[in-house]
Write a protein that binds this ligand. Structure first.
Ligand SMILES: [Zn+2]
Length: 437
């Protein structure tokens, strides 16, 4: 297809011929026979956005689940109202996502039974690692005797027993591509081979359009009470010895410190990643810079500043706020940083994440850690990386993959707004997969 009157991010006006790859970028390209035409009318054309850290099945599942966490639901009374009025899905279950203990403490089966006694209810914690089931649900999955109904994703077995409902990947695909996203990296650590096959088949059938990449099995989740440096070194070395990179999930300072030590001891792989890096003490900036020299990239989600910032401000001592969801200081230390959304645990709109990186404004309007703000151009560029090298930005140039995002606005306005509403068209491999009417 030929895109006419495009403006590149650097202000250049041009035409773009795109197929599986970008074939040509230049002025007044001649229209070829049978070629589709798209008039960008001076709007910005970007490389298609990758989202480097998402959970596809959970996101499809969350589409029609009830959200029972802040800010929508923040009190026990609101939770009770939401669940007791919820209509079960076609399979007879009530599914809820996004729970946080600030709403009504550590939920268990008894608490859920009091709200919904007879219909099976399954509540997912917003971390994605814990489910709470009521007695009716436990009975359905053969765990009627379970002491409290709190099931962790790390304990397999039960999860196989849970009936999987077909999730609506096509609808998720439509929503994702409408934001200009052309590829996603699924970061689910315990993704089974079956799950991967399901997703790959949906992709091949055209039901799920964005390009798909999986971090598992090179993805490691750490738990503060089970940090084991030697085991982590062994795990990393084992992956590196067979040429595979690792992606280690670090959401606390302790996890980051152990991961840094383990990466140091095990040596680097040019595609290694640290996921989240939610807490980075000053002392560790130089360590991360050292590891970056050997290829490490940090894949982070500043959208949590916007979504959960008020909680951080209330729950975390002021002296530690400077360590939260850093971006500018990592870049300053020459650590490659890529942004992502962690959908559905974070809001899946990359433009929201970019705005959060620029403004770091919480829902109440406070600013968390203003020193870590970056420019709009930097925020956008951190969403333009390669699927396997997220910290390295792509450009619109001949030979690059034929994945593009066309905006209605020229660069200056696009950068000022950073809004998904500007996405006019999304192109994957030269095919128009989204077009705003
Ligand atoms: Zn995640």
């Amino acid at each position: 297809m030929l895109i006419q009157r495009a403006t590149l991010l650097d202000g250049t006006s041009t035409d773009i011929r795109v197929g599986a790859r970008i074939d040509e970028v230049g002025d007044n390209l001649a229209v070829q026979h049978g070629e589709g035409l798209l008039d960008a009318s001076g709007g910005t054309v970007l490389p298609g956005l990758p989202d480097h850290h998402v959970h596809v099945r959970s996101a499809a599942f969350a589409l029609d689940s009830f959200s029972v966490g802040p800010p929508g639901v923040s009190t026990k009374a609101q939770l009770a109202q939401m669940l007791s009025n919820a209509t079960p899905g076609p399979d007879g279950w009530i599914r809820a996502v996004g729970y946080h203990e600030s709403v009504a403490g550590d939920l268990d089966r008894t608490a859920l039974d009091a709200l919904v006694p007879h219909i099976p209810v399954r509540v997912q914690h917003r971390s994605g690692a814990l489910w709470i089931l009521n007695s009716a649900a436990l009975g359905r999955v053969g765990l009627a005797e379970h002491p409290d109904g709190r099931l962790r994703s790390a304990d397999r077995g039960w999860s196989e027993a849970l009936r999987r409902r077909e999730t609506d990947l096509a609808e998720l695909s439509r929503r994702i591509t409408a934001t200009g996203v052309t590829g996603v990296t699924d970061a689910t650590p315990d993704l089974s081979a079956d799950d991967m096959v399901t997703l790959m088949v949906a992709h091949r059938r055209g039901e799920f359009r964005p390009r798909l990449r999986f971090l598992a099995p090179g993805k490691k989740i750490l738990q503060d009470d089970r940090l084991d440096l030697d085991a982590l070194i062994d795990w990393i070395s084992e992956h590196h010895s067979t040429g595979r990179p690792v992606a280690v999930h670090c959401v606390t300072a302790a996890q980051l410190v152990v991961t840094i030590a383990a990466l140091r001891a095990a040596g680097g792989h040019p595609l290694d990643r640290i996921e989240h890096a939610s807490v980075v003490p000053d002392d560790n900036l130089a360590d991360l810079a050292d590891l970056a020299d050997r290829g490490l990239t940090v894949v982070t989600q500043p959208n949590f500043v916007a979504e959960r910032g008020d909680h951080y401000l209330a729950d975390i001592p002021a002296a530690d706020h400077g360590e939260l969801w850093r971006v500018a200081s990592l870049l300053k230390a020459a650590v490659p940083v890529a942004l992502s959304t962690d959908m559905p645990f974070g809001h899946g709109d990359p433009w929201t994440a970019m705005r959060a990186a620029v403004h770091r404004t919480t829902l109440s309007g406070a600013v968390l850690n203003a020193n870590e703000c970056v420019s709009a151009r930097t925020a956008l560029t951190m969403f333009l990386g390669w699927p396997d090298r997220p910290g390295q930005a792509r450009t619109v140039a001949a030979g690059q993959p034929g994945d593009l995002c066309v905006l209605t606005e020229p660069p200056e306005t696009a950068l000022a707004e950073l809004d998904a509403g500007m996405v006019a068209a999304t192109i994957i491999g030269g095919e128009l997969v989204y077009f705003a009417m």
